[in-house]
Write a new protein. Structure first.
Length: 298
């Protein structure tokens, strides 16, 4: 029996897997839990002129008790915690600031979304989470190190969400795999083909659908593109982080032969070997933190 591809008909169906995925996306019948409603509403408050007060933000976060409890755990982790433990969302807002807490809410919601009960999908979920978390933290660090301090939190969120198309696809495939009329065999080759082929387009369309800022949608679309805007520093930063993840083997096979300093992204950003080596060391700690966070929700 020939290997199944995204364009071949699904078992017992005349539609291809690609068509089934597109049907789910367009119809809106599948409620994709890739953006927590509370976290998304929080994010959108930062885009409006009428800013919410800290009390309003704290009250909104408390509407989702699971989100709130995990956010506090993250705020007290080694990455974000101070000498004194934070026990309330209000205290987190005072210590960390409004934008950092809103981003932590998005981190928390994404962490909780990277779970599945389908064995064939589980390794892809954990790999995707680690890569997204590394790109987020590395993106923030690079923004500060390359003179874009005022866009550090944007870089963080861009890194966290740049592969949202993969999460969306994995959630759709999880649903399809439970449809007994399809008898869908999610082999590694099929999963890799689907993710590699479709995730940038789906990610861009998903962010547009949820009305997130164009900067994030554009990065989701162009972070693997052969031709890209070298004048977009956030895109350059996330592309470079994606390359670093390939070099270190974050969520994929490692390619230690990659020379980061030779990439167009590093050259345009003005990053030399010493600074890039520092980045690699820092990201080793981030990878360890990502594993700790993921284990807390499984």
């Amino acid at each position: 029996m020939p290997a199944q591809s995204i364009d071949s008909p699904a078992p017992s169906q005349y539609k291809s897997i690609k068509e089934l995925i597109e049907e789910q996306f367009v119809s809106g019948g599948l409620k994709l839990p890739v953006f927590n409603p509370v976290a998304l509403e929080l994010r959108k408050t930062l885009q409006t002129e009428n800013k919410m007060s800290m009390k309003d933000i704290a009250d909104l976060i408390m509407k989702d008790q699971s989100l709130a409890s995990h956010l506090l755990r993250l705020a007290n982790s080694s990455f974000y915690g101070g000498l004194k433990r934070i026990d309330t969302i209000s205290a987190a807002l005072v210590r960390l600031g409004m934008e950092r807490v809103v981003n932590l809410a998005m981190v928390t919601s994404q962490l909780l979304a990277h779970t599945t009960k389908v064995d064939s999908i589980a390794p892809y979920m954990s790999a995707l989470w680690t890569r997204s978390f590394v790109c987020a933290n590395g993106g923030r660090w690079l923004a500060c190190e390359t003179g874009y301090d005022d866009r550090a939190e944007e870089a963080f969120l861009a890194g966290l969400l740049h592969d949202i198309g993969e999460l969306s696809l994995l959630k759709m495939l999880e649903k399809l795999s439970k449809d007994q009329t399809l008898s869908l065999a999610l082999t590694d080759s099929l999963l890799n083909e689907i993710l590699d082929t479709l995730h940038t387009d789906i990610g861009y369309r998903l962010m547009t659908k949820w009305q997130l800022p164009e900067v994030y949608a554009r990065i989701a679309r162009d972070h693997h593109a052969e031709r890209f805007d070298e004048g977009d520093p956030l895109l350059l930063i996330i592309r470079l982080m994606d390359i670093l993840c390939r070099k270190l083997g974050v969520g994929q096979a490692a390619d230690p032969e990659i020379e980061l300093a030779a990439t167009p992204e590093a050259q345009v950003l003005g990053l030399k070997d010493i600074k890039l080596a520092e980045l690699e060391v820092l990201m080793e700690d981030v990878m360890a933190e990502s594993d700790t966070l993921l284990s807390s929700v499984y």
